[in-house]
Design a binder for this molecule. Structure first.
Ligand code: SAM
Length: 278
């Protein structure tokens, strides 16, 4: 088992296994064991927990996760990495390597209750976050490009606030775990990273139809984010009088823009609107 993950260790593996990191698969390997340990700590995984890791690569994060969790299901798309990954986790005994595209795995593939962790392949960060919300694990701890992390953690009125912020914050508590410099990856990516923890909200009484309407309004609002709600939401296909009545009932001024509404405002507006059109 690898104790501390170092750049020299990565070079050795590259030589031993004839590896060339694939840019198109987002292969920027973590070379700092300290950061890997901090991510594993942030996952909160203990002996009772199943962890699913997205993109284990050469095992930098898999090894500390395996040291804490009951079981780790490590989903890696790239067959070429498997011999080195297998060797890295050989001493652990609780790691199952699954050679698949994480985004294509059906929900039944996953344990009933699990923690989702990954140093994400940055070319598919948003689809992974959206899929994670559907799967609703106990929590997600994701390393991602800082710019996307800032969008997930943003607040109404900020430039970084958008439809993805609302999607994430409607479904999850979102918090920053730490910022990570690009210097700790090999090869070094062109951007810095952040680790974010997303904890799905449970036990709320939200109506799926109201949520569906809410996200239709979010899409309409952000498709034309510089326009007032009165104008942008007209594209969602409701008569203006109904829309204005719903905005009034929700206490939202129709001259505001979508980017000033919180996820709660959007949900309330969807509730008021659905009452009017029933
Ligand atoms: N966890 C390793 C680390 O921290 O060094 C590797 C992280 S690297 C940023 C992303 C990993 O995700 C790569 O190993 C890549 O092959 C893998 N990957 C890319 N697309 C994937 C997908 N759709 N499903 C599963 N793994 C994927």
């Amino acid at each position: 088992m690898i104790e501390t993950w170092k750049r020299t260790e990565l070079d050795r593996l590259k030589k031993a296994y004839g590896l060339e990191p694939s840019k198109s698969l987002g292969q920027n390997f973590l070379t700092d064991g300290n950061i890997a340990n901090r991510i594993a700590d942030a996952s909160g995984a203990g002996p009772e927990d199943d962890v699913v890791e997205i993109g284990p690569g050469l095992g930098a994060l898999t090894v500390p996760l395996a040291g804490r969790a009951g079981r780790v299901m490590a989903v890696e798309i790239d067959k070429k990495l498997l011999p080195a990954l297998g060797a890295a986790v050989a001493g652990a005994g609780n790691v199952e390597i699954v050679n698949e595209d994480f985004l294509k795995l059906p929900a039944e593939t996953f344990p009933e209750r699990f923690i989702l962790v990954g140093n994400l392949p940055y070319y598919i960060t948003t689809p992974i976050v959206a899929r994670a919300i559907e799967l609703s694990p106990v929590r997600c701890v994701f390393m991602m490009q800082r710019e996307v992390a800032e969008r997930l953690l943003s607040d109404p009125g900020k430039k970084t606030y958008g439809a993805i912020t609302i999607l994430v914050q409607h479904h999850c508590e979102a918090e920053l775990v730490m910022n990570v410099s690009r210097e700790v990856f090999a090869p070094r990516p062109g951007v810095d990273s952040s680790v974010v923890c997303l904890t799905p909200k449970r036990g709320r009484s939200v109506q799926p139809e109201t949520e569906a309407l809410m996200f239709r309004l979010v899409r309409a609002g952000f498709d034309m984010r510089r326009k007032t709600l009165r104008n942008s939401l007209a594209r969602a296909g409701y008569p203006e009088a109904t829309l204005l009545a719903a905005l009034a009932e929700a206490g939202i001024d129709p001259i505001r823009r979508a980017e000033t509404l919180s996820p709660k405002d959007f949900y309330l507006l969807a509730q008021c609107l659905s009452n009017k059109v029933q």
